[in-house]
Every structure is written in C-alpha cells, then in structure tokens.
Design a protein around this ligand. Structure first.
Ligand SMILES: [Zn+2]
Length: 468
C-alpha cells in the first residue's frame, strides 16, 4: 500500500513536471526552420579568427548546426549551395546588454525631465502585462535578426511575475536567437526591497524547459550596490549571494555616468566583481578602478548609443581595452537609441575613440568589428561556441550584400561594414545552423504580425496609462 502510494506520488510529480514542460513548449506558437546542410559559396569571408583570417572567394560549410569547414572551393557533396557573390560573410553580431522588453517604447524618451528615459520606462514598465512584455521583446528579437545580431543579452529588468518572465523568454524562443536571458527586478521596485529570488531560483530549476535546445542560458540582472540611491546591504548582499550560489552570471549597471564616481571601487572592496560579474557602462571608472576590473576579470558592456544620448558622457572603450578589460558593445535600449543597428553602434564606438584622441588611426575598423563579434562573445563567456567562423563552432553566420546604394562598390570590407552597413544590407542570418533571414526577409517571424501586435500593445498601454 505504502509502495503504491509512493509510486502514485512519484507519478503525479512526474506528470506535473512533464505538464509544466509541455506547457512551456506548447506556449511557443511557431516552429523554427529546420537545420539543413548547406555551403555559402564564393563570398568574401571574414572569419574574425586570427589564424584563418579573411578568405576572398571563400566558402563556409554548415552541417547539423555546426561550422563544418571554412576555406576555398570546399567539397560538400549533397549540401545546398547559397551564392555568396558580392557578399561579405561574417560571424553573427553579438549584443551584450539590451532591455528588450522596453522596445515597445522605442524613441519614447522626450525633451523634458518628466519625459526622460527613467520616469517613462518606470511608469510604463509598471503597467505592462505579460503580453506587452512578449510583444516588446519579440519586436526587439525581430529587429536583432533583421540587423544581423545573432546573440543578445536580454537584461530583463521588468520581471513583474513568473508569467512576465516566461512571456519575455518565449519571444526569444520563437525568434530562434541565441541569448543570455537575465532575470531582473520589476520596474518601480523600492531600493529597500529585495528582488524575488525565489522566482530566480524557480526559473533556474526549470531552465531545461526554457533553454530552446541550449540556445538560451540564464543570468541575473542585479541592481548592484547603487540604483536610485545606495541600496542597503541587506538587499544587495543576499541578492548577489543567492544568484552566485546558482552559478549564473550576474550583471549590473555600475558607475553609469561620469558623475557616479567610486561605485566600481565600492563593489571591488566588497568582493562583488569577478569573471561572472558583468559591469554595464562604467563611465565613471578611474584608472585605478579599471585595474580593479581587469584584475577581477569583470567584463564591461558599453552602449555608445544610449550613453551619449542620455548625457552620461563619452564611452570609455579605448581606456578599458588599454587597461586589459574585456569589452562588449550593447544596444541597451531603443527608447533612447531608436534602433538596434549594431554596425552603427560599432561605427560610433570607433568614431568616439578617434575623436577623443584626435587621431584618424586610433581604432581600426577591424578592431571595431572584433568588439561586435569575438570580443562580445568573450565578454559573455561564449567565445568557444560563437564569435568567429571556425570549424567546430556553432553556426551563427551572417551574409551582407554589397549590392545596395549605400555600398555599391567593393573596397575594404571591414571599412565598408563599419562605415556603411545598415540592417537592410543584411541578406542572410543563420543562428545555430537555422536560416532565420534569407534574401532580406525573416523566416522564423512574420514581420507584419510582429508590427501589428506591437502597435496594439502600445495603444492599449497608453489608454491604461491615461485612465489612471
Ligand atoms: Zn541598461
């Protein structure tokens, strides 16, 4: 009897787990395109790998989601051929911090203090439903794929409930993007209140049902020691410690503006840095603090578009790199930056470095491209899987057409990508061996559906905001 009851109990537990897995997967409404074997032929291949270098008239053979070979005139019998004539082939771009949910509020930040980024995103963040989160993140995911970003770090700092979190994750699953998804506090949470760490632990426990076959990993979006005010230790310490106990990477905005001095040193003093702790912005970093980051191994995510737009100051990419800090570039948000064209952000990154140093040759176009590919991957701890085109790595590959009026000729490919490329030039996007954009069109998502739903979601949110 006892055994039977025990058996019944374990069957019920099994059913519950299976059901929750089934629910999570059933919630994904579209099927991703299957992985096929194909070869990109006769393109200008930029592997971003120091040994393989560039290959003019090169091929990339992709099989079972993996880069099988890179070279010239590859033998790939049975593989479908994709013509790479007048195309540049590059590893997929890597974004290192993006609040994808608030893409629903694109270009929303206005011209007065009460219409600035923080008051608006807080006010609208508070009234967002799980569906709004989904539509915001899906618009962002679609734009990412459209513009050649194959890996994102979705810093989801509006996880108001488990349903909000799951809706945001579902948008990434359906898009087929590779991502780190970081659980973050709900907008408007008081600085004296602790984040819902039980939810973090619950999601972490169930992560296998969200990982989309290994495409998605989990992180923790932490407020750090400072947010609107200095947070009390009984808030920031348990949050940090519980996330670290799970072994997941932690991210925080620290020393965001040039005025926020001493914040990095404060984190270093309390041992709150490390290879697993990504620092966002870090614009107030002094030379001594840069050394602290390098010593601890903390990567920094720099978002030149938003840092300048909001008036934080000039990005410090050159200084971080010179100090030996690992740097990734990020979109951050489109509320301030408008679009998510990472090529444009890399262009800005390089131009700021040249301007600051009064030197035409300070940062090369190729160095800027590294920041958007292999260095971004390194800063997320993914450099062994993606970030360069090397046999054995996962097949995250993009192909950029030069047959557009903003290109039109073929000169130095690194310069063309950094100085000219726009989302519309991105012809083909492959993530984990799946073709998610081909001939300039998305394959996993319906662009019309994404746009219609986003408009409807924002309309409804505005009505709710006005009726309050
Ligand atoms: Zn941010």
């Amino acid at each position: 009897m006892l055994d039977r009851r025990r058996f019944a109990g374990s069957m019920a537990a099994f059913a519950a787990t299976t059901l929750s897995r089934w629910r999570a997967s059933a919630a994904v409404t579209n099927a991703l395109p299957s992985r096929k074997e194909f070869v990109l032929r006769n393109a200008y291949v930029m592997t971003m790998d120091p040994e393989l270098g560039d290959i003019a008239g090169g091929d990339v053979h992709i099989k079972d989601g993996v880069i099988a070979a890179v070279g010239k005139a590859l033998k790939a019998p049975g593989a479908a051929v994709v013509d790479g004539e007048r195309m540049i082939v590059l590893p997929g771009l890597v974004d290192t911090h993006w609040h994808m949910w608030n893409t629903l509020l694109r270009s929303f930040a206005g011209e007065r203090a009460d219409q600035g980024y923080f008051p608006l995103t807080t006010a609208f963040g508070r009234i967002m439903t799980p569906d709004d989160m989904y539509h915001g993140a899906r618009l962002a995911a679609a734009e990412a794929l459209h513009s050649g970003i194959t890996t994102v770090h979705d810093f989801c700092h509006n996880a108001r409930s488990r349903a909000h979190a799951e809706a945001d994750i579902r948008a990434l699953q359906e898009a087929g993007l590779r991502a780190r998804w970081s659980y973050g506090w709900p907008q408007g949470l008081a600085d004296t209140q602790i984040s819902n760490m039980a939810d973090v632990e619950g999601l972490h426990r169930d992560w296998a049902s969200f990982s989309n076959g290994g495409l998605l990993s989990m992180g923790f979006a932490w407020r750090g020691m400072f947010r609107n005010t200095a947070l009390p230790p009984e808030v920031y310490r348990p949050e940090f410690e519980r996330a670290r106990r799970l072994g997941i990477p932690i991210s925080a905005h620290v020393g965001s503006s040039e005025e926020a001095k001493g914040q990095i040193a404060a984190h270093a003093k309390e041992n709150l840095l490390g290879k697993d702790v990504q620092i966002v912005h870090g614009l107030s970093a002094s030379p001594a603090e840069m050394e602290m980051l390098a010593k601890a191994g903390s990567p920094v995510s720099v978002s030149p578009g938003t840092e300048m737009r909001i008036g934080y100051g000039f990005p410090k990419v050159g200084e971080f790199l010179a100090a030996g800090v690992c740097v990734g570039i990020s979109v951050d948000n489109t509320v301030l930056s408008g679009d998510a064209n990472l090529f444009g952000l890399l262009k800005t990154t390089r131009n700021v470095e040249n301007a600051k140093s009064h030197d035409e040759f300070k940062m090369s176009a190729r160095r800027a491209l590294e920041l958007g590919t292999i260095e971004g991957a390194r800063s997320l701890g993914m450099e062994n899987r993606v970030g360069s085109l090397k046999p054995g790595k996962r097949a995250d590959v993009i192909m950029i057409s030069t047959q557009h009026l903003n290109m039109g000729v073929f000169t130095d490919p690194a310069h063309m990508l950094i100085e000219s490329a726009e989302a519309e030039n991105v012809d083909t996007v492959i993530v984990d061996g799946r073709v998610l954009k081909r001939g300039g069109r998305l394959t996993s998502l319906s662009m019309n559906r994404v746009l219609e739903d986003a408009v409807a979601s924002l309309d409804a949110m505005r009505k709710r905001a006005n009726s309050r």
